[in-house]
Write a protein that binds this ligand. Sequence first.
Ligand code: NI
Length: 171
Amino acid sequence: MEASTIAQVGAPVLQAVAEPVLQFDEPLHALVERMQMIMQEANGVGIAAPQIFESLRVIIIASRPSERYPDAPMMAPMVLINPELIAYSEEMVLGWEGCLSVPDLRGEVKRHQWVLAKYQDIYGQPHQQKLQGFVARIFQHELDHLNGYTFLDRISDEQALLTTSEWLQQS
Ligand code: NI
């Protein structure tokens, strides 16, 4: 995989508000397939379309245990088109995040413990689902990408930011 496949922090496409998806057609399905392939090759647990230079409101959540996230639950990948956050817990939890667009850094980020997500599937059918814990964290991280933010924008001064090697040593 070429490094240029994935937009890196600072790229304008990662700072833009992504456009809603209006057509649930073959080009959308091809985009979702491309996102899935790139996410898997990069060993990610989620991806947003702007990360592959498509400014559209499409995200994939694909939690599974890995070296980076040993406690992550296993799930079938979920494709969310035009995702919205319609309710969330007051309880916030602190947890470590990385990002395919932020090479070699891990940060501690506060996220809602659960969220109620509204979205459409690749055929345009509406859905609502409550997501919890690490899966809710991925949702919030990917939704941020659609609104021009990375996890670096969510880190306050008192929260930790480490390089991946520092992070692997302390965990
Ligand atoms: Ni990310």
